[in-house]
Design a protein around this ligand. Sequence first.
Ligand SMILES: [Zn+2]
Length: 398
Amino acid sequence: MQITNAYLPSQVFAPASAGRAPRAFIAPQRYVQGPGVLAHMGRYLSLVGARRAAILISSGGQERHGGPLADSLRAAEIEPVICTFGGECSLEEIEKHARALKSRNVDCVVAVGGGKCVDAGKAVAFRLDVPVVVAPTLASNDAPCSALSILYTPAGVSTGLEFYRHSPALVVVDTGIVAAAPERFLVAGMGDAMATWYEAAVCLRNENAVTMVGARPTIASVAIGEVCAKTLFAEGAAAAAAVADDMVTDSLEAVVEANTLLSGLGFESGGLAAAHGYAQSFTAIPVTKAKHLHGEMVAMGTLAQLVLESRLDEARRVAEFFAEVGLPVHLQHLSVDAGDASSLATIADAALAFPFIANMPMHIDAAVLRAALLAAHELGVAVCEQKGDASYRRLHAG
Ligand SMILES: [Zn+2]
């Protein structure tokens, strides 16, 4: 992972010269969630004092959501400047919008879309030195609340990340829009969110572990991770059923909050560990990267992390939940052949290179990572034999 801009949070929170790292907690200033809230964006934007707002949105998003969004801005006497998002969070895309907006005197950037649009919006706002407002249209990832972006080449190859001095000023999650998206996105978000507690708990216990900003985890972020996991276990299956029916229910509201707010706060201030190391490493397998979502890769990574921790009962409990909602529980579910030694070596080497793999408290090398992944795979195969994988097959049909 390469860091591509000048702001390095670890130099602020925990410079190497300063001894033991302090605890740090990072969060957006405001979070609003509910059905139909996007149509009140103008009112919420009064919180950031907006008069002229850049709206970063794809052409499809503009078709679907542009009308009510523009109406609400007009009612609040805010002028929208529409920027069409091209689909990739690349430096080229970011610089293009930042250049075009420089002379337009916008006083905030509103990113309306999926994870890449959200991340691009943060990057554009950083370059213009204005607040960013995030309106995710999917609950497939925990990007909306964080002060960082994952960057890609225009062809979609991950190149590194950028950190920002400011967290989003406002996050507005319209659950009516999230409920209308395909079920697989919400389920993938559960895979990303479920890792939060296990990764943060490892970081809290291991006194040498640090978070994304180089700080120690807070008790708050680990507690948020715990309630995130508990919410998913209790409400995940009902929320997936609600999305399959395009319905906004209490379960859906709970899981959208878990996937977006709880997971976002938990990972940024709680820390990452092996689950995300494995998830990142699966992207080194081209077919896996092409066919699977980040949260789906994190799901398999979480099982492997729990095996690394020798928490086999918990790994089984999580695998049973994943099988129920349709997340991957074995390597075949990520289009990886468990008998292919070269794929396994590629994954283990890439996971070993992930910086936060060092947050795991035990000795880690490529052989250890490979063995834990294979053991998690076997456990997942056994869970599948017992429970079936009808949900997975339904989400991945066609
Ligand atoms: Zn993630």
